[in-house]
Ligand binder design. Sequence first.
Ligand SMILES: NC(=O)c1ccc[n+]([C@@H]2O[C@H](COP(=O)([O-])OP(=O)(O)OC[C@H]3O[C@@H](n4cnc5c(N)ncnc54)[C@H](OP(=O)(O)O)[C@@H]3O)[C@@H](O)[C@H]2O)c1
Length: 255
Amino acid sequence: MTALARRIVVTGGTSGIGLAAACRFAADPAARIVLNGRNAERGEAACEAVRARHPGAAVHFIAADVSSATGAQHLVIEAAQHLGGGLDVLVTAAGGDYAPALFHDTPLPDIDGIVRHWLLATMYCCHFALPLMADGGSIVTVASDAAKVPTPGEAVVGAAMSGIAMFSRTLAMEAKRRRIRVNVVTPSLVSGTLTHDRITAGGFSARLFEKASRGAHLGIPEPDDVAAAIEFLSGPGASHMTGQVLSVNGGISAG
Ligand SMILES: NC(=O)c1ccc[n+]([C@@H]2O[C@H](COP(=O)([O-])OP(=O)(O)OC[C@H]3O[C@@H](n4cnc5c(N)ncnc54)[C@H](OP(=O)(O)O)[C@@H]3O)[C@@H](O)[C@H]2O)c1
């Protein structure tokens, strides 16, 4: 793999953190990027947004629901074909439409959905991507600080996020034999995202994050702040880092 010709797949790349990461990757004119989401209209708009920032960027959208194994498989196979047979970087930033709720108020289907949309989706994408990934490649999974900080209202998502973190760290110990690095980024609250709008819309979740936000003395991060960490972890500057779980949270907690 050369740093100048990376083949990159970003799940959840049509909005928020994933889209911001794609914009950073596209600053390299040799990068070839596949964005993923479920909605084709949003996908094409995201590709246009990347090209508007970086004219001539090689960016392509593939629609797939990565919360199912078949969706993740479709994405990875199609992406590898589009990128000439393999990939160098996988970023898993797809998110579901959860808002924190106390466990006793969480219906069973929501428990299944949260685990599937975060933990299983991450595992599915890595499962299909790993055999197609070039030696020396890099995986960055996006979880959340709920992986580290027990927070009322985040029992299920916290379990899924800490599952992503431990899965990624353990995968790092397996994949290092191929010099593939696996690291995790854990935001807390990120402004200008669909997630932010949903969890601050009202009720228990809004009160929870309003309280948390008061601890963000460095400011609530924007998607590009998290994307900077993703770019770093995926790139040569982090070539000796693997199995790390990096918080980007404006000081809400020490992670
Ligand atoms: N924003 C925050 O405050 C925050 C805090 C902590 C952690 N996080 C985590 O960071 C990640 C990114 O969050 P975000 O707020 O930047 O995202 P976002 O703005 O909510 O966008 C989510 C992205 O994921 C896609 N997506 C959702 N479900 C998908 C699925 N099943 N298959 C494929 N694509 C899917 C969406 O496109 P479609 O809807 O078209 O599929 C969109 O591109 C998520 O895992 C989120 O939980 C975010």
